[in-house]
Write a protein that binds this ligand. Structure first.
Ligand SMILES: Nc1ncnc2c1ncn2[C@@H]1O[C@H](COP(=O)(O)O)[C@@H](O)[C@H]1OP(=O)(O)O
Ligand SMILES: [Mg+2]
Ligand SMILES: [Mg+2]
Ligand SMILES: [Mg+2]
Length: 360
C-alpha cells in the first residue's frame, strides 16, 4: 500500500480553507459597504479581511490544534465596534463549502464572540522552531477594494522553512496562459467558475486549479511551471501597483540595463508570484522604497514555495535566501527578486550594480 506524500493533509486542509475564505471575500466584494477601517499604518482593512482570517484560523485549529499561527489582522477594534463585528459575523456564519469539504474544516464558528477570539489566535510571534502557519486573509486589500487583484494566502512554515503554500486568486483567469495585464481595477469576476487556486509542497511541484472546483473529489489540479526564458530582453517585470511598496524608478533602470523593452505589468498582491509561477509573467521585483521597511512573512511565504516549486529562485536584493524564522517579519532581508533559475543570477548582478549607487 502506498502512503500519502508528506504534508498531504496540510495541503488538503489549506486548499479547502482558502477556497472557503475566498467565497466570503467574493461575497463581501459584491456588497456596497465593505466596512473599511484604516489601520495605524494607514493601510485599509475590511469585513473581508477579518472574516476570511476567522474562517481560515477556525479550520486550522480544528485540524492542527497544536500549531502556531501568524496572521495579519487582530480583533481589538471589533471588541468595541459592535456594528462592524455584526457585519463580519453576518458573512462568517453563512459561508460554507459544498459537500465533504465543510466537514473536514470542522463546520461553523459558534458565535460572534468566539469569532473574535479565533481572529486573535493569529498573534503568534513566529520564530525558527516548530510548525507555524502564516495567513494573509486578503493580500492586496487596496486591489480588492478597487476590483483588481488580491490573494487569500496561507503557508505552513516548519523550523523556519516554508513547506506548503496556497494562494487563492479570485480575480485571475483560470487559464494559465492568459496574458496578464496591468491591473488598475475592474478585474473582478462576478460569475461563478472564475479565479484560480495555486498550491505547492516543497519537493512535490506546484499545481493550479479552478478556485471553484468541487471540494468533494480528489482534484490534484494541473502541474504548473515558469516560462523558460531564453532571451532575457523578451521578459517582463511583474510589479506592485502601489508606488510606495516597491521602487519603481530603480526597477525601470534595472529593466533598461537588462535590455527589457516591455512595460512592467502592475498588479496588487501575491497574484504576482502566482502569475510568474504559471508562466503568465516572468520576473517579480520588489525593491525597497524606504530604508527599514520589514516585509511581513504572510506577504511572501506561500508565493516563495510556489515559485521555487515551479522552477524559480527567490532571494532578497542582496542574493540572500529569505529567512522565515526571524519572527513576524523578514527582518534579515531587504527586497525580493523572484525569477526563473537560469536567469536569476544575471538579474541579481544588475540589481546589485544599480542599487549600489542608491541611498534610501
Ligand atoms: N512601505 C511598504 N513597502 C513594501 N510593502 C508594503 C509597504 N507598506 C505595506 N506593504 C505591504 O504590501 C502588501 C501589498 O503589496 P503589493 O503592492 O505587492 O500588492 C501589503 O500586504 C502590505 O503589507 P501589510 O498590509 O502587511 O502592511
Ligand atoms: Mg493589510
Ligand atoms: Mg499583504
Ligand atoms: Mg492583508
Amino acid at each position: 500500500m502506498s502512503s500519502a506524500p508528506p504534508y498531504a493533509k496540510e495541503l488538503r486542509i489549506a486548499q479547502l480553507a482558502v477556497q472557503r475564505a475566498a467565497i466570503l471575500t467574493k461575497s463581501v466584494f459584491n456588497t456596497t459597504s465593505k466596512g473599511t477601517l484604516s489601520k495605524s499604518d494607514h493601510s485599509p482593512v475590511t469585513v473581508g479581511d477579518f472574516g476570511a482570517q476567522a474562517l481560515i484560523i477556525s479550520a486550522l485549529k480544528y485540524n492542527f490544534a497544536q500549531d502556531e499561527i501568524v496572521a495579519e489582522e487582530e480583533a481589538e477594534e471589533l471588541r468595541t465596534n459592535t456594528d462592524l463585528r455584526g457585519k463580519i459575523w453576518g458573512y462568517v456564519k453563512d459561508t460554507k463549502l459544498d459537500g465533504e469539504g465543510e466537514k473536514e474544516l470542522g463546520g461553523a464558528i459558534e458565535s460572534a464572540e468566539s469569532m473574535l477570539d479565533i481572529i486573535d489566535l493569529g498573534a503568534s510571534q513566529g520564530g525558527s522552531k516548530g510548525r507555524i502557519w502564516a495567513i494573509d486573509p486578503i493580500d492586496g486589500t487596496k486591489g480588492f477594494l478597487r476590483g483588481g487583484q488580491y490573494a487569500v494566502c496561507l503557508a505552513l512554515i516548519v523550523d523556519g522553512k516554508v513547506k506548503v503554500g496556497v494562494l487563492g486568486c479570485p480575480n485571475l483567469p483560470v487559464d494559465d496562459s492568459a496574458r496578464i495585464e496591468n491591473s488598475m481595477g475592474k478585474d473582478q469576476q462576478d460569475s461563478e467558475g472564475k479565479g484560480v487556486l495555486i498550491s505547492a509542497v516543497e519537493g512535490q511541484g506546484a499545481t493550479g486549479r479552478a478556485l471553484s472546483a468541487s471540494t468533494g473529489g480528489k482534484d490534484d489540479g494541473r502541474s504548473i511551471s515558469m516560462k523558460p526564458l531564453e532571451d532575457i530582453t523578451k521578459a517582463s517585470f511583474c510589479e506592485s501597483v502601489e508606488a510606495a511598496h516597491s521602487n519603481q524608478s530603480l526597477q525601470a533602470e534595472i529593466a533598461k540595463k537588462l535590455g527589457i523593452v516591455a512595460e512592467s505589468v502592475r498588479m496588487d498582491s501575491q497574484a504576482k508570484y502566482a502569475s510568474i509561477a504559471r508562466g503568465a509573467g516572468d520576473i517579480y521585483l520588489r525593491l525597497q522604497v524606504k530604508r527599514g521597511y520589514e516585509e511581513k512573512i504572510w506577504d511572501h511565504a506561500a508565493g516563495v514555495v510556489i515559485v521555487r516549486e515551479a522552477g524559480g529562485l527567490v532571494t532578497d536584493s542582496e542574493g540572500k535566501e529569505l529567512d522565515f524564522g526571524r519572527g513576524r517579519t523578514l527582518r534579515g532581508n531587504s527586497g525580493i527578486v523572484a525569477a526563473p533559475k537560469g536567469v536569476h543570477g544575471r538579474i541579481l548582478d544588475v540589481v546589485k550594480e544599480v542599487s549600489a549607487g542608491v541611498k534610501l
